[in-house]
Design a protein. Structure first.
Length: 490
């Protein structure tokens, strides 16, 4: 019996300490391939090329999916913060067993069916403030590249045609198969084949590169030199990643559930075709669970982003919750934690508002206060150690404590406040949740604010209180600033 040596517990093993300075100022990541921390050294100095496994667009993405996409967004943003140029590719799997089955159930052509969920995916990314990748190739637009790659594998003798016309990859002819998942191959049944796109860890066997057409595929079919059919799931990512990033590139990410079989199969078919190392570094995030249990529709704990928005949470709050746990630790998602995220963001907003009330014109020559410089150093050192987000957030909130103390003691001047605001902006380029939601008061709310001001001038305190309460019912609180009263969304 084969076993995959990696699981969520192993992924979270040897997590970086809460605070650890990195004196070399090198970004280190945990490489799934070696199970060790390694300094990131891209093939092209200063330029990181990386591939992320994107959604299979047969339904709305759920919060477990977005846990992975937000981890990858943190990685992307931090690479840019550290001065790297980034080329990121995220695929859109719009043809596989699931998309074909679901489109036929709804009686829709495949492209028409998947377009709804592709559009929804990009809408959800915007709500969660996920930066756009440079490329989003759809599988159906790259079938010629997949056919060419399969032909190369056939020519090299590692691909073969089965009796039904499908093309399979012979893992017996790729001796290093299993190196990413650390598989024990002693129990392999030679020649066993798996036709479906996804299969269990114990089912390692020859996998489908091309599936001969049958009636279940309906109108989803392409012509290839060896016969009509469609590509298997695994070949899609190899063909698209190598088209946009080259035969060898720096970094590949995904969830732990992608390690085997998907990423293992990607390595095998890519390296067998090119004779070159496929990817230097692999990063995988652990699972998300809800209230300590695996997310499941039958348990009633399955949530899409839209489900959470309908419950009154903002994309900013959801992003904070999905980001705040180290990517190699299992994330236990709870509504209590979402409420805590809301409170934490409120504290951040109050600090920013205090800074703005005293900030003057920004002075580029003004140094950060010592407590802010310490926060920047700790923030960077934490993320340099395999994206240690818990330590990075601790540095941020330590800065808030020190900054509030400085403002209470009136030791922070206008220029200093401006530099700290600039630092928060730099932090937000990585975190993506420091900027409040851009919500403008409607005309009715603004009219009520003016009426309250008039009541206060007339010393009509009952009327002033009544209007304040009415605004509160509508979701607005009044903040007194140097520029006069302002409305802020609750």
């Amino acid at each position: 019996m084969m076993t995959a040596a990696l699981n969520a517990a192993e992924v979270s093993a040897k997590l970086p300490p809460r605070r650890q300075r990195n004196n070399t100022m090198a970004f280190k990541l945990h490489n799934t391939l070696t199970r060790q921390l390694a300094e990131l050294r891209p093939g092209e100095p200063g330029h990181v090329r990386f591939y992320t496994c994107g959604p299979t667009v047969y339904n709305f993405a759920h919060i477990g999916n977005f846990r992975a996409y937000i981890f990858e967004d943190l990685l992307r943003r931090y690479l840019k913060f550290r001065g790297f140029r980034v080329t990121q590719v995220m695929n859109l799997t719009d043809v596989d067993d699931k998309t074909i089955r679901s489109s036929r159930e709804q009686g829709l052509p495949l492209r028409q069916f998947t377009k709804k969920y592709i559009d929804a995916f990009f809408e959800d990314l915007a709500v969660l403030r996920v930066e756009r990748a440079e490329h989003y190739p759809a599988a159906t637009d790259h079938v010629p590249e997949m056919i060419a790659l399969i032909q190369t594998l056939l020519d090299k003798g590692v691909g073969y045609k089965s009796d039904d016309g499908s093309i399979y990859f012979s893992i017996a002819k790729f001796p290093s198969y299993g190196k990413l998942a650390h598989l024990d191959m002693t129990g392999l049944r030679s020649g066993a084949r798996v036709a479906q796109d996804e299969y269990e860890k114990e089912s390692a066997a020859d996998f489908a590169l091309w599936k001969a057409w049958d009636e279940k595929d309906g109108a989803v079919v392409w012509d290839a030199p060896w016969g009509r059919g469609r590509p298997g799931w695994h070949i899609e990512c190899s063909a698209m990643s190598m088209k946009y990033l080259g035969q060898s590139f720096d970094l590949h990410t995904g969830g732990v559930d992608n390690i085997f079989p998907h990423h293992e199969d990607e390595i095998a078919q890519s390296e067998a075709a090119t004779g070159q190392p496929f990817v230097k570094y692999w990063m995988h995030c652990a699972h998300l669970v809800v209230d300590g249990k695996k997310m499941s529709k039958s348990l009633g704990n399955f949530f899409t982003l839209r489900d959470l928005l309908d419950k009154g949470y903002s994309g900013r709050e959801i992003r904070y919750e999905l980001l705040a746990t180290h990517y190699r630790q299992s994330l236990n998602f709870t509504f209590t934690a979402l409420d805590a995220a809301r409170a934490a963001l409120g504290r951040l907003d109050e600090f920013s508002d205090r800074l703005r009330t005293i900030a003057g014109v920004a002075d580029p020559d003004h140094h950060l206060p010592a407590w802010a410089q310490q926060a920047l150093d700790a923030f960077t050192a934490a993320l340099d150690e395999d994206l240690n987000i818990s330590a990075a957030l601790a540095a941020l909130f330590d800065m808030i404590t020190a900054g509030n103390r400085a403002m209470n003691e009136k030791t922070l001047n206008a220029a200093g406040a401006s530099t700290v605001l600039g630092l928060l902006k730099r932090f937000d380029s990585v975190l993506g949740f420091l900027q409040p939601e851009q919500q403008q008061a409607d005309a009715d709310a603004l009219a009520l604010l003016e009426q309250r001001q008039a009541a206060r001038k007339a010393k009509n305190w009952p009327e002033s209180d009544r209007i304040r309460d009415e605004l509160k019912k509508r979701g607005w609180v009044i903040q007194d600033t140097a520029q006069g009263p302002k409305l802020k969304k609750m």
